[in-house]
Design a protein around this ligand. Structure first.
Ligand SMILES: [Mn+2]
Length: 337
């Protein structure tokens, strides 16, 4: 049996299936959760999705009403997790990624656990681990589950739409180097199953708010600092600045990629002051410009080579200074010879 067939056998044997994903929900955590839920339902079983927080606003068009959110319904989530005999851990590989409340429940649970994920360095708590770090998204792995457990015939628009979304958002619209030939084979299967890709792109791109655009404009004209000797750009935004532009979660997500579109730029670092700490987002281009090492060695974070996160409990100015001190080491000036 391949691992996906084992997973299907566990689904068939379970009576209380719960699907969890990481905190700070994104397109892939939501997409893989909903895709798996609808697949399980098509197998004639049922499951409940329990997430630490709610779906970001840009996914308003997706039916996320079946997702039970810890922040909103702590009693229901607690009860559901306590009753579970099979828990899926999607798009994360360490129990602390679900936030302290759900982490405690997860660790206390004697339920079987199945991890399906694509991040580096998985913890070894699950019964079955599918950890494919070279795959672009967890959503792609859910399609593998459907196909490799022998149920490609069950793939339909309802299952496929959130999975397409997850692959799309985790690959920057299919452009990151994590996209493999297999990714496009899988996308073809999703389209063949009836996924209306043009509508998904439309919903995702024509979804700006005035305040987000004004915040972007402010960040670009007033806050962008480019270290041309190192081809690295930094944007910092204090909590006052975020408040002035009526900041909503997700409003700064596209800043780093926008900055990376500057010709020759290797890395973009965007940090925002939230809940008393600096949340730092590191993005870069190419295999020679990893940012996860800088994130893990100095900012209590980590992630993918070209997309990492971290944090700092210093002030905005101090964090900026710390970054500027470190950047020459991680992004040395190129000398012509
Ligand atoms: Mn992901």
């Amino acid at each position: 049996m391949n691992p996906y067939q084992q997973i299907e056998a566990e689904i068939q044997a379970a009576s209380h299936i719960v699907i969890t994903a990481h905190k700070s929900a994104d397109g892939d955590s939501i997409g893989s959760s909903l895709g798996l839920l609808h697949f399980i339902e098509k197998l004639g079983k049922s499951a409940v999705i329990c997430h630490p927080d709610k779906a970001p606003d840009f996914l308003y068009w997706l039916d996320t009403s079946s997702i039970l959110v810890m922040e909103e319904h702590p009693e229901q989530v607690t009860e559901t997790l306590q009753q579970a005999d099979l828990i899926f851990c999607l798009d994360y590989n360490a129990t602390n990624r679900v936030g302290p409340e759900m982490q405690a429940l997860l660790e206390a649970s004697s339920s079987k656990k199945i991890m399906i994920d694509h991040h580096l360095n998985p913890e070894d708590f699950p019964l079955i681990t599918v950890s494919e770090t070279s795959v672009c998204s967890t959503s792609q792995l859910i399609v593998e589950l459907i196909e490799q457990s022998g149920h490609l015939d069950l793939l339909d628009q309802k299952i496929g739409t959130p999975l397409y979304l997850g692959i799309l958002t985790d690959t920057g619209s299919f452009r990151f180097n994590s996209v493999q030939p297999r990714t496009h084979e899988i996308l073809a299967k999703l389209l063949a199953a009836g996924v209306e890709h043009h509508l998904i792109h439309e919903k995702l791109s024509d979804n700006n708010t005035e305040s987000r655009l004004r915040l972007q404009g402010y960040a670009m004209s007033e806050k962008l600092e480019i270290l041309y000797n190192h081809n690295v750009a930094i944007i910092s935004l204090s909590k006052e600045e975020l408040a002035k532009y009526n900041y909503k979660k997700g409003d700064t997500d596209s800043l780093a990629n926008l900055v990376l579109s500057i010709k020759g730029m290797k890395a973009a670092i965007v940090f925002t002051e939230r809940d008393g700490i600096m949340k730092i987002s590191f993005r870069s281009k190419g295999a020679n410009n990893p940012v996860n090492i800088l994130a893990s060695e100095h900012f209590n974070g980590g992630g993918h080579a070209n997309a990492s996160g971290g944090m700092s409990d210093l002030s905005v100015t101090e964090t900026l200074d710390k970054l500027k001190t470190l950047i020459p080491t991680y992004f040395p000036t190129e000398t012509l010879n």
